[in-house]
Design a protein around this ligand. Structure first.
Ligand code: DHB
Length: 375
């Protein structure tokens, strides 16, 4: 029911892990592979291993209600280096569990990305089971470096060079890019134009990375709550879901239809995944929720998504993918009537409670009036 393809790669389940949390070590990756996750994605690799920014650099942001939890991070790309993520030990640990393995790379400069692509292509030409590369253009946490996806001249140059990479082409590896969140229509337009100009080589786009350079303040201690970069870090989880939905929707309306879109940002329930697919995503990644709940989140979210689809009579994600409708008064009424839950909350928890309060108040006034007049 949840089967999908991303860049022609078959996945049994359209939900898998995002690069970042619990994806840096072979044990993390095999744990993901043992779950219902449809694929396994590595932590963003650099050419050499590095320890990253000072601790604490990743914190949960407590949230109330149904929005799930959020997070802030400024890890500074701690990772074991590209050789590790393409080593036989790591690749076969995942491949033995029959999951497609995708390597994320985030070079500190263009030359490093090209070098890493050569290494991955070589591994693949030598029989490695790596299926795709996710080129991260959106890490906001390297002191002194801009987020590439906001610098269109740089992004265009990188895509020109990466898509002209000969070994990568020969290797048959699929190439995708991870984008930063955009907030302005002109940015969507410009990003889509650059990506579409490389549609023959870019097979998928992942949207969104964290909202960069947010600041969480600990008011009691009167300080920033993470150590690196004066406390500025990438915001993820429940606080970014609507931005992710908007980015997936905008990109799906603008990108060449041959480019698959993968939605990421604030997914912690089956309904979150459903909404991203409705906006056009062919698959959905999970980051903050995976960090907090562990790989069992993939089983839970998948089961929840299946239940939603069954209730709506959908047999495949293609039955509703990208079919978001414009607001319609009649549809809104029908959805409320058809839902088992209470209608959306107003100032009062429910209409019946509001009426009960009015009734109690009226009895109280009646008693007061009776006392007044019986004196
Ligand atoms: C890091 C954060 C990111 O958002 C990303 O895409 C890559 C790396 C980090 O701080 O390690």
């Amino acid at each position: 029911m949840l089967a999908t393809t991303v860049a022609g790669i078959a996945m049994d389940c359209c939900i898998y892990n995002a690069s970042g949390p619990k994806s840096g070590h072979v044990s993390d990756l095999t744990n993901v592979a043992k779950s219902r996750s449809g694929a396994v994605l590595s932590k963003s690799a650099t050419l050499k291993s590095q320890t990253g920014n000072p601790l604490p650099r990743l914190k949960k942001i407590e949230m109330s209600g149904s929005a799930g939890h959020a997070s802030i991070n400024s890890e500074g790309l701690p990772n074991a280096g590209i050789e590790y993520y393409i080593s036989d030990k790591v690749v076969s640990a995942v491949a033995d569990l029959n999951k497609p393995y995708i390597v994320s790379i985030s070079g500190l400069k263009l030359q490093n990305n090209l070098e890493m692509l050569s290494k991955i292509a070589q591994a693949r030409l030598n029989g490695s089971a790596i299926v795709a590369v996710e080129l991260n253009l959106a890490c906001p946490n390297i002191p002194g470096k801009p987020t590439i996806a906001y610098d269109f001249a740089q992004m265009s140059d990188i895509l020109d060079q990466v898509t002209a990479h000969k070994e990568l082409l020969e290797s048959g590896l699929r190439l995708g890019i991870k984008l930063a969140p955009y907030f302005d229509m002109t940015y969507y337009e410009r990003a889509a134009k650059i990506i579409n100009a490389h549609a023959d080589r870019i097979s998928f786009v992942v949207a969104i990375n964290t909202i960069g350079n947010a600041l969480v303040v600990d008011g009691n201690a009167e300080m920033a709550n993470i150590a690196p970069k004066g406390g500025f870090g990438g915001l993820g989880g429940g606080l970014v879901k609507q931005v992710a939905l908007a980015n997936v929707r905008q990109l799906s309306l603008r990108l060449d239809p041959s480019i698959d879109i993968i939605g990421v940002g604030g997914v912690s329930t089956g309904m979150d995944a459903f909404e991203l697919i409705l906006c056009g995503a062919k698959a959905v990644q999970v980051a903050t929720c995976h960090w907090l709940e562990g790989p069992k989140c993939f089983d839970r979210i998948a089961t929840e998504l299946e239940a939603i689809m069954s209730k709506k009579g959908y047999k495949s994600i293609e039955d509703f993918r990208g079919k978001l409708k414009d607001y319609d008064r009649k549809l809104a009424k029908k959805a409320i009537a058809g839902s088992e839950e209470a209608p959306p909350s107003s100032a009062f928890p429910s209409a019946s409670l509001a009426w009960s309060l009015v009734a109690v108040l009226m009895v109280f006034v009646a008693v007061l009036l009776q006392r007044e007049f019986s004196r």
